[in-house]
Design a protein around this ligand. Structure first.
Ligand code: ISE
Length: 347
């Protein structure tokens, strides 16, 4: 491990990038946040001044800078391909927020570029793989005590959507993609078929937006996954799942705030936990563990966590899922090319 702190540059200082900035500057050991870049230069400058970093107008100049050892990418998905490709070109370890890119062709180009280098540099920010409950379920399944995994049932709810431009396919590409990755992780298998169904939408969805949606994934070993994604639930951030195996089931994500509150209402006393506002609080610990593990690995010269292949496989399933949604609910097969040797089958 290098004796020097890892000098990290951050691309994108929106909601997620702003959260990562605090994490990198204050809660990650062995790291110095040295540079930020964002099209909103005012926002980037305010953050950089406060955290003692420099601002780059151009994300590619941040990535190329000799003062930056490693890069966190929290920009919108449509610029990821160019930015991750630049990180590969400059041989810089990268933690790229999900989705890896917007479609499977561009994700596969990144896989091929990294495979050509023969060295893993990219980690995709599927933070649930670092969430202690997801990890505990994975370990329990691997232990064999529960027998073979048969089914997963996921629930994924957001209180409301971020803006008026929100459209139905974003539910598949930006939200369901987490369950795609979590299912690949928990089963240790690829997804071979996806179906996305839309019931009559909630009146809280925008005009024409199909919300909620129900996705069915068929896994390579024959297992099935159901997922409800509902992004205008009006309640808060609810992410939970039940894994059903041959000799028992495991449930994660119940009352994840851990706080049990009682409250007086005109109808009488109510009790229960508090629902987290969004992913930043619900998965704060997972993000901390993810960024720390990524930084430790980068300093030691290797890579951990979801790989470019995992990012590609998830994007391929999302692309097929969007096709299924457009078709009105046809099952769409997912066929992946041969997995390069750089990515062993141990996810
Ligand atoms: C957002 O981009 C995320 O990654 C959140 O975890 C997810 O719940 C949300 O639906 C996405 O838009």
């Amino acid at each position: 491990v290098s004796r020097h702190p890892l000098r990290v540059g951050l691309v994108g200082v929106g909601l997620m990038g702003g959260d990562h900035a605090e994490r990198l500057a204050q809660r990650t050991a062995g790291v110095t946040l040295v540079a930020v870049a964002d099209p909103d230069v005012g926002r980037a400058t305010a953050l950089a001044d406060r955290l003692d970093a420099v601002v780059h107008d151009d994300p590619l100049s941040l990535i190329a800078s000799p003062d930056v050892d490693a890069v966190v990418i929290a920009s919108p998905g449509f610029v990821h391909e160019e930015q991750v490709a630049a990180c590969l070109q400059h041989r810089k370890p990268t933690l790229c927020e999900k989705p890896l890119t917007m479609d499977d062709d561009s994700s596969l180009r990144l896989v091929e570029a990294e495979a050509r280098l023969g060295r893993r540099l990219v980690t995709v920010g599927f933070m649930r793989r670092f969430d202690p409950e997801y990890v505990a379920v994975k370990e329990a399944l691997v232990s064999g005590v529960y027998g073979r995994l048969l089914l997963l049932h996921h629930v994924h709810r957001n209180r409301a959507v971020p803006n008026a431009e929100f459209h139905s396919e974003m539910i598949v590409r930006d939200s369901l993609v987490h369950e795609v990755d979590a299912s690949r992780f928990l089963f240790g298998q690829e997804v071979v078929e996806v179906t996305v169904l839309a019931p009559a939408p909630t009146s809280h969805a925008g005009p024409g937006v199909l919300d909620p949606q129900v996705a069915i994934l068929r896994m390579a070993g024959g297992g099935l996954v159901t997922t409800e994604v509902f992004v205008n639930s009006r309640v808060g951030y609810e992410v939970r799942f039940e894994a059903v195996a041959e000799c028992g089931s495991l449930t994660a994500g119940l009352a994840s705030s851990g706080v049990l509150a009682t409250r007086a209402t005109p109808e009488g006393g109510v009790w229960g936990g508090l629902v987290p506002e969004d992913y930043r609080s619900r998965f704060a610990r997972a993000y901390d563990l993810e960024v720390q593990a990524w930084a430790d690995a980068a300093r030691a010269g290797h890579a951990v966590g979801p790989s470019a292949w995992d990012g590609y496989a998830a994007t391929a399933v999302s692309t097929a899922g969007m096709e299924s949604l457009r078709s009105g609910g046809n099952a769409v097969a997912v066929t992946l090319p041969e997995r390069p040797r750089l990515y062993p089958e141990d996810h």
